[in-house]
Design a protein around this ligand. Structure first.
Ligand code: SAH
Length: 253
C-alpha cells in the first residue's frame, strides 16, 4: 500500500511551539482530517483537501482517515497539543484494532506535539517539576466514578495534577464537584493555576488556592494545574504573577 497516515500534534497554538518535523511534513500531505478549528489553523498553501468534522465524531474521523490512506493518499490526522494525549492517536489505533484488517499494514507515523500542560507549566514556572499526573475531567468517554476515584488516588499520592477538559456546555457541574472532593482531601491552601488559551491571542493565567477555586474560572480552553503539598510560590514584583514550582526533592521529617 502506498498511502501513509501521519498522526500530528500541532502544539498549543502558537506556530513557534510547533515542531520542525510537523512543519516540514504539512506541505506534503494530500489530505488533512480533524476537528474543524484545528484543521483551519493550518496555513498550508498547497492544494490539500480538508476533511473537517465535529468534536464528538472521533472514531468516524479516524476510520475516514484510514480509508483515505488505504486509497493511497498521504493523510494527516490533526490534534491540538500532543496527538497522544486525550486526542486522536488512540482513536486511530482503536479504529485499526477493530476495523478493516488491511489497515494493520498501513504505514502509520505519530509525530509528537507540545501538550498544553507543558506550555502552561513553562508560563507558570515549574509546577510539574516532580511527580505529576494528567487527568481528563470529561465523562463523555469514561464514567464519572472513574474520574472521582482517580482524583482521590492522585490526591492521596500527592501528585501534582494537570486537569484537561475541565468544563463544557454539556458538563457544567463536574469541575466544582472535583474541587469539592479535592478540598475534602488536601490542604485548601494548595495553589491552583487556571491557564487559558496558552500561546494564543487571548491567553490568560489566573492563580488561586484550592479553597477559592471555582468552575467559573475555567472554560473549554483552560488547563488547570493543581499543586501538591510540596509545590511553592515565589513572589515577584507586583505586576507579575509569582513563580509556581514543585521542588525536585522531598525531605520527610
Ligand atoms: N491533545 C491536547 C489535549 C486535548 S484535550 C494536548 O496535548 O494539549 C483538550 C483540552 O486541552 C482543553 O479542554 C484544555 O484543557 C487543554 N488545552 C488545549 N490547548 C490548550 C491551550 N492552548 N491552553 C490551555 N489549555 C489547552
Amino acid at each position: 500500500m502506498t498511502g501513509k497516515l501521519y498522526i500530528i500534534g500541532l502544539g498549543p497554538g502558537d506556530i513557534n511551539l510547533r515542531t520542525t518535523e510537523v512543519c516540514q511534513i504539512l506541505p506534503h500531505l494530500t489530505d488533512l482530517v480533524g476537528y474543524a478549528p484545528y484543521v483551519e489553523r493550518i496555513e498550508t498553501t498547497s492544494t490539500v483537501r480538508r476533511h473537517v468534522s465535529d468534536n464528538r465524531q472521533e472514531l468516524e474521523r479516524a476510520r475516514h482517515a484510514l480509508t483515505l490512506a488505504e486509497q493511497g493518499h498521504i493523510v494527516g490526522v490533526i490534534s491540538s497539543g500532543d496527538a497522544g494525549i486525550f486526542a486522536m492517536a488512540s482513536t486511530v489505533f482503536e479504529a485499526i484494532e477493530t476495523g478493516n484488517p488491511l489497515w494493520k499494514q498501513l504505514e502509520i507515523i505519530v509525530l509528537p506535539g507540545l501538550s498544553a500542560m507543558f506550555a502552561a507549566a513553562a508560563r507558570l514556572g515549574a509546577p510539574l517539576g516532580h511527580d505529576f499526573c494528567a487527568i481528563s475531567l470529561s465523562d463523555n468517554l469514561k464514567p464519572w466514578d472513574v474520574i472521582l476515584r482517580r482524583l482521590r488516588l492522585a490526591a492521596e499520592g500527592d501528585f501534582v495534577m494537570a486537569l484537561y477538559n475541565p468544563v463544557s456546555r454539556s458538563r457544567p457541574w463536574q469541575l466544582d464537584a472535583a474541587f469539592d472532593l479535592l478540598r475534602s482531601l488536601l490542604p485548601t491552601s494548595i495553589t491552583v493555576a487556571f491557564a487559558h488559551a496558552i500561546s494564543q491571542d487571548d491567553e490568560n493565567i489566573h492563580l488561586t488556592t484550592l479553597a477559592e477555586a471555582s468552575a467559573k474560572m475555567a472554560d473549554m480552553r483552560t488547563l488547570i494545574i493543581i499543586g501538591s503539598r510540596y509545590s511553592r510560590l515565589i513572589p515577584r514584583e507586583k505586576a507579575k504573577l509569582p513563580w509556581f514550582y514543585t521542588p525536585r526533592s522531598i525531605k520527610e521529617n
